[in-house]
Design a binder for this molecule. Sequence first.
Ligand code: HSE
Length: 339
Amino acid sequence: MNECKVIIMGFGAVGQGVANAISLKKDMIKQEHNVEVKVVAAADSSSSAICADGLDEQLLVSVKNDNGSLASYPEYGSDVCGIDVLDSVEYDCLIEATPTNIEDGEPALSLTLKAFEEGKDVVTSNKGHLALFFKDVVSAAEKNNVQFRYEATVGGAMPIINFVKDTLSSCKISSIEGILNGTTNYILSRMTSEGSSYKDILHESQELGIAETDPTQDVEGIDAACKTVILANSLLGIDATYSDVDVEGISNITSQAIELAKKDGYLIKLIAEVSPDNLKVSPRLVKQGSSYDVNGTLNMATVHTDLAGDVTVVGLGAGSLETASAMLTDLISILKNKY
Ligand code: HSE
């Protein structure tokens, strides 16, 4: 039996989702892939639990929820945090789930580059460092000959990056457009069905664990803009960065505007457009009953290809276990390539 030791950096909704997903699927991974996945460290911004023999994933989640910290994990809790965690224990793969930071991409950038330099594979859900430095980060992985996967950065559980790279690999992609933020889709859907204000519903989104740590990233379109950059680079080969995206969020959308649109058979959705001459996130009117008419935390994307025509994908774009499902799939792909 092979062994894969993982460190989970970031232990909010996504990091905890990964711990839960590993707990649920580790027997399946053993049986189907002959690999024992062990969580040897989990860390949030001020604490960690570290044990070379492996930690109990369920206990990590309950300690964090009961105490707000991992320091009280029995025997192995500590206040080691940040990049020091990577020096505290042997590991094979870094699962990077720290909050997105669009100012300088930290701490994801330093954690990821350090892992690459040490020859470790990385799975990330973090959008900040990729939206700012996509080319540099991907080149660093190639230079160090390690695997780097980032399906969870766009669309949560909606398959898009690996799907296009693998399943549509015969096709050239000319453009993509879609709904790439679950929180704003949830808010706009609820405003449409109930006429409530976005501020009331934003609070609910935070409680559901779908909003970013800083929810202005969702409502101001920043999160969708990061995803636009990641799709542009990874699927269209456009050398773009965050400042290349024209961004407008939903904070000025009123219940009255939604009501007027509804009467004419339209919905207001936050739409991302990805093409060589247009990188844009903005609220747009779309027809009721069209492929954009998906509600709640669903995301969708239509991929325009040369050979396959238009291909539309839909899936849950946010949520703890949903996002973790994409990260665990990435981890399994790494294991399949390795063993
Ligand atoms: N806050 C993000 C969203 C999470 O609502 O889509 C998934 O990237």
